[in-house]
Design a protein around this ligand. Structure first.
Ligand code: EPS
Length: 378
């Protein structure tokens, strides 16, 4: 199935700007720029970020697709400037950059080595600038736009960190607690665990090391029947997984109970039905709101694991790509932990496949039609 909404991002981390171009948005929807800026701001928070976040103050600018704040159905082009470009223009100017100084020693775990092999570059900077998680700022643009349509249909997206390094949250998520995740700089709703997470980040930073972890995304208010069990690529789970696995540093995703689904026998894992006052209820939600890849009306939830950031101030063993001499990996300014930011990115870009699934079910060239048909389904 060709998705209605498709988007592409452009931009190098220290180039002039990041952009997102989105096609297929229903016409006649009033987009709120401040809501996009708010999501950009949320992504920039988080304990363990490096010096770059003090430089960047991401703000959206619109180049096409809107008139008077209303979607025109034409491609929506959104842009944010990289403030750090001012310090990098000599090396990163798209036309006049001085390319004589090259990065030659790949960081294990980064796209550096695989990227130079792929495109036959002799300068790792040609890879790292695009492989950088700076690109997630542009993906927020696409997500924050689609999210506004969902919110207007009372579909609510949240995220929180459930594990950072070896420190685990002991709190079970519910909507009231998830609303408070933004109050925590590690996005953890368990305050005791949050303090231990901060200590772990401090210790890793002091040791020149980095940390990853696991976050969870929860979506409330999603109707049943989104996605399809009929074709593998129409499953809502497939569409979400593709989007989430595209976030830099993500190594795995699990829906509902995820990988711990293996711990339980079927009799305890599966979510039994109950009928109360003619309504279908479940006694649990191990499936994370998806059965057969189709939303079942329960809270949609998934967790994803992020590896530790590969740029270490205490670098690992590597080699010079020209001389083949063994040496320590290349060092760049970096974050100690970007897990809270990744959780905000995942929360926002989940809105893209969800809006696509709604459009596939209800159709609608216009926002008015989509809204009316979605309301008629209730
Ligand atoms: C990143 C390295 C750091 C991060 C960057 C992603 O950037 P710099 O090398 O300029 O210090 O801060 O993330 C962002 C700029 C961002 O907006 O999230 C990397 O190598 O992936």
């Amino acid at each position: 199935m060709k998705a209605s909404i498709q988007y592409m991002t452009g931009g190098e981390s220290h180039g002039p700007a990041m952009i997102a171009m989105i096609r297929g948005l229903p016409a006649g929807f009033s987009l709120d720029m401040e809501k996009i800026n708010y999501q950009l701001w949320r992504r920039q928070q988080g304990y363990g970020r490096g010096g770059r976040m003090k430089i960047e103050k991401d703000k959206v600018a619109v180049l096409s697709g809107l008139r008077g704040g209303m979607t025109l159905a034409s491609p929506l082009t959104l842009m944010l400037q990289n403030k750090d470009y001012l310090s990098w223009q000599d090396k990163m100017d798209p036309v006049a950059a001085d390319m004589s100084e090259k990065v030659r020693v790949p960081r294990p775990g980064h796209a550096d080595y695989a990227g130079v092999k792929k495109y036959a570059f002799d300068d790792i900077r040609n890879v790292l600038e695009r492989a950088s998680a700076r690109e997630t700022a542009a993906r927020i643009l696409a997500g924050a736009v689609c999210r506004q349509y969902l919110e207007a249909l009372n579909i609510r997206l949240y995220s929180h960190v459930i594990r950072l390094g070896t420190v685990c949250s002991e709190m079970r998520a519910c909507e009231a607690l998830l609303k408070k995740a933004d109050d925590s700089d590690v996005r953890c709703i368990d305050e005791t665990a949050a303090e231990r997470m901060r200590q772990a980040i401090d210790a890793a930073g002091a040791a020149g090391d980095s940390l990853g972890g696991v976050f969870e995304v929860c979506v409330y208010g999603l109707p049943a029947g989104l996605g399809s069990y009929v074709h593998w690529d129409d499953k809502l789970s497939s569409m979400i997984a593709a989007e989430i696995m595209g976030i830099q540093g993500i190594k795995g995703i699990g829906f509902g109970a995820g990988f711990s689904s293996a711990d339980l026998p079927g009799s305890r894992y599966h979510d039994e039905f109950e009928i109360a006052e003619g309504k279908v209820l479940r006694t649990s939600n191990s499936a994370g709101g998806l059965e057969g890849g189709v939303s079942n009306g329960e809270v949609l939830s998934f967790s994803a694991v992020m590896k530790p950031i590969p740029t270490l101030t205490k670098p690992l063993k590597s080699f010079h790509i020209e001389s083949m001499e063994e040496m320590k990996a290349h060092k760049e300014r970096s974050d100690t932990c970007a897990l809270p930011a990744a959780s905000v990115v995942a929360e926002n870009i989940t809105a893209v496949p969800l809006l696509n699934a709604l459009l596939s079910r209800f159709g609608g060239d216009t926002w008015k039609d989509l809204k009316a048909r979605a309301a008629g389904d209730e």
